[in-house]
Design a protein around this ligand. Structure first.
Ligand code: NIG
Ligand code: FE
Length: 418
């Protein structure tokens, strides 16, 4: 059967009309909800969206051709989009979690050779199959939480072979898993231990060797850097991101996560598609981002897990910054795949409304990974990526918290979770 007919949702959140630019300010609250809403999908693409009676009349002669899902009493949204993950890694770091609970800080652990370095050792040691299987399983879990597209960064190698291995695994995951996996090169995730005394040599390697090779092989769309005190300075980050741009890689930045460091300002200056984290972003940086339309990918799960104050999402929205939300799924600072939980944190820790967090995890998240023409809203011509939640209205998704409300997931017009 090539047609799928999702019928009669108590609320169908379409978020239509913003494929050209992310939603800002009040528009982040405009979900464009259809009550008793239905969607007709054919060959993986949305063909019609509207009131059930309208669609029934439109497809009267063809109803028998379609697989029908009764969504009455349920909430239907665009498939959730996670625009920032470190999906492809090996091992886990629960011992560091324990150390942090006993008082050690994230940066202390990293500077002591743990943190990102620990995962780098494990990722280097893992075979490609092992890496694939671990990451595939994580994608299964993402799917069970209603997520249909996931960005994935490299960065647990920081030398060519392992970076390549991670990006090849991401490519294979994209081909073999129903979730779309969008690849980002993040060779600049940390300064490798062996370059500690000479970070410039490592930056040279990134700029002259790794970035051109990644681009040439078509293994990534974005280039990301951890711009942070003690990791890469804004000046170094700028050079790394400019080098990516020359090779067609779109800049992204881990900015102002632990200390204020002018990361938001840099994102605006360099024309990054997104700046992520932003816990310590300055007001000036936020304003610059608003002016340039740089998406703020906020990661309140990371703040929660590092026991830090979340980014000021409320202020960013009020200043006109387009805000998206993401898990930051990684083994150190945010070991979770639950984007709905992150959406709840968006409400509880950043004073975002239930409507705003849906926008942030769908259309604005799609903008953060340059996919808003295909996904992030339910409108004619877009992919049939749809999540059905077992709640009667969109507010309940956050209100009745800590529960996975995902009922059905449709990817490219096919039911993949039911
Ligand atoms: O987004 N900040 C740097 N990178 C990740 C953490 C990676 C790790 O700890 O393994 C982040 O928080
Ligand atoms: Fe991250």
């Amino acid at each position: 059967m090539t047609a799928l007919f999702i019928r009669n949702a108590s609320q169908l959140v379409t978020l239509q009309g913003n494929s050209h630019a992310p939603r800002v300010k009040e528009a982040m609250s405009e979900l464009t909800i259809i009550e008793n809403g239905s969607v007709w999908i054919e060959n993986g693409i949305i063909h019609a969206v509207g009131k059930d009676e309208y669609l029934v009349a439109k497809y009267k002669g063809r109803l028998h051709e379609a697989q029908i899902i009764d969504a009455s009493g349920k909430l239907v949204t665009p498939g959730l989009v996670d625009p920032h993950t470190h999906l492809v890694f090996a091992g886990s770091r629960e011992s560091e979690f324990n150390m942090r609970l006993e008082g050690a800080t994230y940066m202390e652990i990293m500077n002591g050779g743990g943190g990102i370095h620990a995962t780098t050792i494990a990722t280097k040691a893992a075979t490609k199959d092992e890496l694939f299987n671990e990451s595939y399983e994580r994608l299964n879990q993402f799917l069970l939480h209603g997520v249909t597209t996931v960005e994935a960064k490299s960065g647990y190698g920081m030398e060519w072979e392992t970076e390549l291995k991670q990006l090849e695994v991401a490519k294979e995951l994209n081909e073999r898993h129903v979730i779309d996996v969008i690849p980002t090169f993040m060779g600049a995730h940390a300064v490798p231990r062996e370059y500690k005394e000479n970070p410039e040599a490592f930056i040279d390697l990134l700029i002259k060797v790794m970035i051109p090779k990644v681009a040439q092989l078509g293994l990534a769309e974005f280039n990301d850097v951890f711009c942070e005190h003690g990791v890469f300075t804004p000046e170094q980050s700028k050079r790394i991101l400019e080098a990516g741009k020359i090779h067609g890689l779109i800049p992204k930045i881990h900015a102002d996560e632990i200390e204020p460091y002018q990361g938001a300002e840099l994102a605006a200056e360099i024309g990054a598609i997104s700046a992520d984290h932003l816990l310590k972003a300055s007001e000036q940086g936020m304003k610059a981002m608003a002016e340039k339309g740089v998406v703020a990918v906020l990661l309140p799960g990371t703040a929660y897990f590092l026991m830090a104050e979340s980014a000021n999402g409320r202020k960013m929205i009020d200043l006109g910054v387009p805000v998206a939300l993401s898990t930051d799924c990684n083994p150190g600072s945010s070991p979770t795949v639950s984007l709905p939980f992150i959406m709840n944190l968006g409400c509880m820790k950043m004073n975002m409304t239930p409507a705003e967090v849906i926008t942030a995890a769908t259309i604005n998240a799609a903008h953060a990974i340059n996919r808003a023409k295909e996904i992030g809203s339910l409108e004619v011509g877009k992919k049939g990526d749809i999540t059905i939640f077992n709640v009667g209205n969109y507010m309940k998704l956050q209100y009745y918290y800590g529960v996975n409300h995902t009922d059905t997931v449709v990817k490219n017009g096919k039911v993949v979770v039911r």
